[in-house]
Every structure is written in C-alpha cells, then in structure tokens.
Design a protein around this ligand. Structure first.
Ligand SMILES: CC(C)(COP(=O)(O)OP(=O)(O)OC[C@H]1O[C@@H](n2cnc3c(N)ncnc32)[C@H](O)[C@@H]1OP(=O)(O)O)[C@@H](O)C(=O)NCCC(=O)NCCS
Length: 274
C-alpha cells in the first residue's frame, strides 16, 4: 500500500461502515510502510491488511475485502501475507481484535481466543455525572510522555512508543498524577463517524473517572469506546452515559501468549490498534 491507495482503502472502510479517516491509514503507512498490504484485481484495490510490529509483537488489523469479492479466499491470502511479514520481521506473537466475520478466517489460520471486548457507541447524554474527579493535568509536557510509554508497556506487555508518540502528537492525553507520578492516562482520536476514545491505561478507578470526564466533554457528539467485558465499572460508565454495545470483539493471538495486566489495561485503542 502506498499513499495513493488511501482513497480506495477508505472506500472499503466506508463500505464496511467502519470509522477510519484518511489520517488513520496514513499513520499506518508511516509507521509500517512494508506491513500495509493490498489485494488488487485488474489494478483495482479490493482488499487490505495492516501488520504493525512492536519489537517481537505484531498487531494485525484492517483486514477488509470488497463485498463483491468475498468468500473467494482473498481474506485468507491477505492474512497469510500479513503473517509472513510478521514472521519475516522476527515477531513471536501476532495479535488482533476479531469481528464476528473475521473470526473463522483467523481460527483457520491458528489464532486462539483470549478475551472479549464490548464496542460501546452512541451520543453521550447529560446523564453522565462525573464522580469526584481526580487531580487531572490537561497539559502534559512532551518530556512526561516517556512515563506514559512505560506505563502502557507495563499494562500490555508491548512497547508501543512509536504509535503512542503519534497519537499523543495528534491529541494530547489526559493524565492523572498521584504523588509526583503519572498513574493513569486516556486519549482519543477523531473518526469518520465517531470520536474513538482510548487507549485508557492505569488504575480502574482513575480510568473510570477519566472516561466520565471524556464523555462529559463529548456530550452531544458521537463516540465509540472498546472496553474488555470484565471491567464492570468502566462498562457501567459507558452504559450510564447512554451508550449501547454495538458489537463484541474477540482478542486473539497466534504464537506465544502475551497477557495484559488487568490492573492497568482498562480501555483499548480500538480494533485497528489494539
Ligand atoms: C472477514 C473478511 C475479510 C473475510 O474475507 P473473505 O475474502 O470473504 O474470506 P475468505 O474467502 O478468504 O475466507 C477464509 C476462510 O474463512 C471462511 N469464512 C469466510 N467468511 C466466512 C463466514 N462469513 N462464515 C463462515 N466462514 C467464513 C471461509 O470459508 C474460508 O475458510 P477455508 O479457507 O477453510 O475455505 C470479509 O468478510 C470482510 O471484509 N468483512 C468485513 C470486515 C471485517 O469484519 N474484517 C475482519 C476484521 S477482524
């Protein structure tokens, strides 16, 4: 995939009702130029996948096939090409968040289920009542970001500095500080249809309060947020705000298992980032 493929790739996401913007595709091309792959028929782009590597862990996403070319083995070949790229890069684990349509394709290629996430979406209503808010510093300076990269690494077992740097440059995170230490953060990014909230990393209580603050700030504007189904208090914040579960995603892996730290990993970055 090159930058000139972005309009066609975007058409596939629109066809699927997905939320990506041109900026989401361009970010992936800049992060992992050789991991962004397309399927073409007669010079027309009809499929995509993106494999983004973080040291020995890869995130596979944006597996999309044009509706009129589905169930002909193209999705499978795209995933196989992504896996070959991961293997050639020396990766030991490939992870992804599967939609119900993607699951059979991944299962057949050896992916194992790990846990489910709820995709909450909708327009937050005035029913979001922020509880006693923690001390929130909205103006984190660039030098502080190293602490956030380290916090997320502890939470998900993956060093995603190269991705977080870009996300934070696009939209500075909201952070919580306790005793001179950053203990939690939450960010968001614009989408074609809705603002995607996440990643949210840190303590359950602080991330619940950060999510409340984010939803209050988004009153009247559509948002989506992906939360592991067993994070009861965070799911309750989304429900109280008037959001509804739009779909369930299944986190899957192939290779060595990588396990999130449940006391720090609270809100996912969304299916295309994990
Ligand atoms: C998921 C998607 C990419 C699959 O693409 P595809 O080209 O239709 O898939 P393939 O034809 O390569 O199918 C691969 C395997 O999965 C199976 N499969 C595909 N779709 C299936 C379905 N809806 N139900 C059951 N099995 C299915 C095929 O039978 C095939 O198995 P086989 O190799 O044993 O014959 C396509 O449905 C799509 O773009 N969906 C919308 C976007 C999406 O949800 N992407 C997944 C993101 S996680």
């Amino acid at each position: 995939m090159t930058r000139s493929d972005v309009p066609s790739a975007l058409q596939l996401t629109v066809q699927a009702g997905w939320n990506q913007t041109p900026g989401d595709w361009l970010r992936m091309i800049e992060l992992e130029p050789n991991g962004c792959l397309v399927a073409e028929v007669d010079g027309k782009l009809i499929g995509t996948t993106v494999c983004c590597t973080f040291d020995e862990i890869a995130w596979l996403a944006l597996v999309l096939v044009d509706t009129s070319f589905r169930e002909r083995g193209i999705g499978r070949r795209l995933v196989q090409a992504g896996l070959k790229y991961a293997d050639d890069s020396g990766v030991r684990t490939v992870r992804l968040d599967a939609t119900p349509l993607g699951r059979p394709v991944y299962e057949r290629l050896g992916f194992q289920p790990q846990f489910e996430l709820s995709r909450w979406g909708g327009i937050p209503t005035g029913a979001v009542v922020a509880s006693s808010m923690p001390q929130i510093d909205m103006g984190t300076s660039v030098s502080d970001y190293e602490l956030l990269f380290e916090l997320e690494k502890q939470a998900i077992g993956t060093n995603r500095k190269k991705l977080l740097q870009r996300l934070f440059a696009e939209s500075p995170p909201t952070t919580v500080w306790n005793g001179g230490q950053v203990t939690s953060f939450l960010t968001r990014r614009p989408g074609r249809l809705s603002t995607q909230i996440g990643p949210g990393i840190g303590s359950r209580e602080e991330c619940s309060q950060l999510l409340e603050g984010e939803l209050v700030a988004a009153l009247g504007r559509p948002v989506i947020v992906d939360i592991p189904i067993d994070r009861g208090d965070l799911n309750a914040v989304a429900e109280r705000a008037g959001l509804t579960v739009q779909r369930t995603l299944l986190r899957m892996y192939r290779g060595e298992s990588v396990v999130e730290n449940a006391s720090l990993f609270q809100i996912s970055s969304g299916a295309e980032l994990g």
